[in-house]
Design a protein around this ligand. Structure first.
Ligand SMILES: [Zn+2]
Length: 103
């Protein structure tokens, strides 16, 4: 089971409005996150932007370390903050046991 394979070292950050918006969109409009690749110690997710049609982001969980290739993640990392709304969003789905499909 996917949920058991992924270990979350940190609990999701406090759910803010942007994360809630992604969750609503994913559950009510269209799925915006899929698993691209999965191995024993890493999972790569592809996430579609809900603002820009052709934009996608890759979120990686490697041994419990989460990274995202969005600009906000790169910017925040310089200040020692690691998460972005995409990572928060996927962590909430996992925590709530909402299945994520593979493509
Ligand atoms: Zn991100």
């Amino acid at each position: 089971m996917l949920n058991e394979e992924i270990k979350i070292e940190k609990p999701p950050a406090i759910m803010n409005a942007k994360v809630a918006e992604l969750i609503r969109y994913h559950l009510k409009k269209e799925k915006i996150v899929y698993i691209l690749e999965e191995s024993d110690n890493s999972t790569i997710y592809m996430l579609k932007s809900i603002k820009r049609d052709s934009q996608t982001y890759n979120v990686v969980n490697e041994n419990g370390t989460w990274t995202c290739d969005c600009p906000a993640f790169k910017y925040r990392r310089r200040f020692g903050k690691e998460l972005c709304k995409h990572i928060d969003f996927i962590q909430v789905l996992i925590k709530e046991e909402i299945p994520i499909e593979s493509i």
